[in-house]
Design a protein around this ligand. Structure first.
Ligand SMILES: Cc1cc2nc3c(=O)[nH]c(=O)nc-3n(C[C@H](O)[C@H](O)[C@H](O)COP(=O)(O)OP(=O)(O)OC[C@H]3O[C@@H](n4cnc5c(N)ncnc54)[C@H](O)[C@@H]3O)c2cc1C
Length: 505
């Protein structure tokens, strides 16, 4: 029989292949033989294309997996998990590869990676109005295909190349206050569990697994297919952006406090974010409004604008669904290569999630804008470029905070007002000094605003958190139940990575 690995031009797995260095090369070899016997397309460390395949989107993190498999069928996924379980190796799915902490590569070296790039189909079913989406699809391709097939859409994040880790862990985008997070749209999944079997999970069938996969997916299985709820997309969306250059920290704080008061009762049709683009206290207030007309938007927004400094620039227009996605993607196209994606950056990011019940106090925003004011080129951040985006999740009748969703998924923070993302890219590479500067700089930002009781967002994974910190900050009250479900479905932690869920003892 001709092996698939040979057909794909990958390094064939022969017993005679040179052993991969490791603490137990003999065990490694037995594992590779097991993959070979299971016909799994496999790329070894010694393969010519291993380096490209195994390099993280975030080049700050240098991780070398034990092996990468590139399945073309669910049987290959099952066989990889069965072999890993048999020989005691830990497994991670790689979707779009965009995890800030390279979790798609296992988060640390020497893990087994299942690259899902061949699972990229997107099909709309007009009878059920559901989208059937492969576990290795990317957001831009999903949006483009659903629109082209039926003018339908799903709420999700802005970057077209982000993959299915996004809905497995949450998934916020410009239409999320209106329709919910991407995770809230999952109605069924096909998943390979820790014993290597292929299962369906939905609310009334393997319901505990389904609940856990919706919010903590990577700790519970390899999702090979998602079924998502879809929406008829609006073609008249008001896109807005106002830029401000407050004359002082006090003016910036006043402005934010007014925005927060407004945001707490804002209708769900309004998507809103406050962003600082690395230039002191200058900020942008921008988003999209899913009401029908600019007149409606103006009626809603003018009372707020009257309380803010005069904007230094304004953009206000009405666009269709695809144009709106493109604007937020900052890109000319939503389409991304389905296989062979090979783009990278170098970054460090942190997040801070605040409760609807505890709006940020004036003092907190004074600390925040004071810190921002000090971060010019050559200042305390050592010249690292940075931005902060403060996205509105809650307030008013936001679909994200709908209390009816509380027990529908393991997503940790149903009660969120703001999600702060602190972000820096390392223009000075990933030298030890650059790394330390970036971590100290953003930790300082986070620290001046964070109160006890604030949380963090798992999709902006921060590898500096310890395992226990991460679980608590990402999952809050959901953690106890998650640990019980982990014990039932994966007590030996086949799906382990540095911030995965621990099984209950
Ligand atoms: C440029 C950029 C823009 C972003 N914009 C947004 C945004 O607007 N809103 C937002 O909420 N987030 C945003 N994010 C964060 C993004 O949602 C997360 O990084 C997300 O987890 C990436 O998913 P991935 O599949 O691309 O990454 P991967 O690294 O492949 O996966 C991330 C995690 O999910 C797991 N995983 C992936 N696929 C599967 C699967 N099929 N089954 C089981 N587990 C799986 C992986 O094992 C890993 O643990 C952005 C990130 C970047 C880099």
């Amino acid at each position: 029989m001709v092996r698939i690995s040979i057909l794909l031009g990958l390094v064939p797995l022969l017993v005679s292949a040179s052993p991969v260095p490791g603490p137990d090369p003999a065990k490694d070899q037995l594992f590779f033989n097991c993959l070979y016997d299971g016909d799994v397309p496999t790329v070894l460390q010694s393969s010519a294309n291993f380096g490209q395949l195994a390099s993280a989107y975030n080049l700050r993190l240098q991780i070398k997996p034990k092996v990468v498999t590139i399945p073309t069928s669910t049987t290959h996924v099952s066989n990889t998990v069965k072999c890993a379980k048999k020989y005691g190796f830990q497994v991670s799915a790689r979707g779009g590869g965009h995890s800030y902490s390279a979790q798609g590569l296992g988060g640390i070296s020497d893990k087994v990676v299942i690259d899902l790039q061949n699972f990229h189909d997107v099909k709309y079913d007009s009878k059920t109005q559901l989208a059937e989406v492969g576990g290795g699809a990317r957001l831009g391709n999903i949006a483009r295909k659903l629109y082209d097939q039926a003018k339908r859409g799903i709420p999700h994040g802005t970057c077209p190349a982000v993959g299915m880790g996004h809905p497995s862990l949450g998934g916020f985008g410009i239409s999320s206050r209106n329709w919910g997070l991407m995770v809230d749209q999952i109605v069924q999944v096909q998943v390979v569990t820790a014993d290597g079997s292929l299962k369906i999970a939905k609310k009334n069938y393997n319901g505990d697994l389904f609940w856990a996969l919706k919010g903590a997916g990577p700790s519970f299985g390899i999702i090979t297919k998602f079924w998502f709820k879809t929406y008829a997309v609006p073609e008249s969306i008001v896109n807005y952006s106002y830029r401000f250059q407050p004359g002082s920290v006090a003016q910036a704080v006043d402005a934010f406090m007014n925005i927060q008061t407004f945001a707490r009762t804002a209708p769900k049709e309004l998507g809103l974010g406050v962003s600082l683009w690395g230039s002191g206290v200058n900020f942008e207030l921008s988003g999209a409004y899913y009401g029908k007309t600019q007149a409606q938007f103006n009626a809603l927004f003018q009372p707020l604008l009257k309380k803010l400094p005069a904007p230094t620039s304004t953009t206000l227009d009405t666009r269709g669904w695809i144009d709106t996605l493109l604007r937020f993607a900052g890109s000319g196209t939503l389409s991304v290569p389905e296989t062979g994606y090979n783009e990278h950056t170098t970054l460090y990011a942190k997040s801070l999630v605040t409760s609807n019940k505890a709006p940020i106090e004036r003092k907190g925003m004074e600390n925040f804008f004071n810190y921002a004011a000090q971060q010019g080129p050559g200042a305390a951040n050592q010249g690292l470029p940075w931005f902060v985006i403060i996205n509105l999740y809650g307030g008013g009748n936001s679909a994200i905070t709908n209390p009816a969703l509380l027990n529908e998924s393991s997503y940790g923070h149903r009660d969120t007002l703001w999600n702060f993302q602190f972000y820096t890219t390392m223009s000075n590479g990933f030298s030890p000094a650059g790394n330390t500067a970036a971590i100290n700089f953003l930790s300082g930002f986070d620290k001046v605003v964070r109160r006890s009781g604030d949380f963090s967002y798992v999709n902006y994974a921060d590898p500096t958190y310890t395992r226990s910190q991460a679980q608590k900050l990402y999952y809050g009250k959901q953690l106890t139940r998650l640990s019980l479900v982990k014990k039932k479905w994966d007590k030996n932690q086949v799906f382990w990575y540095p911030q995965s869920i621990d099984p209950a003892r």
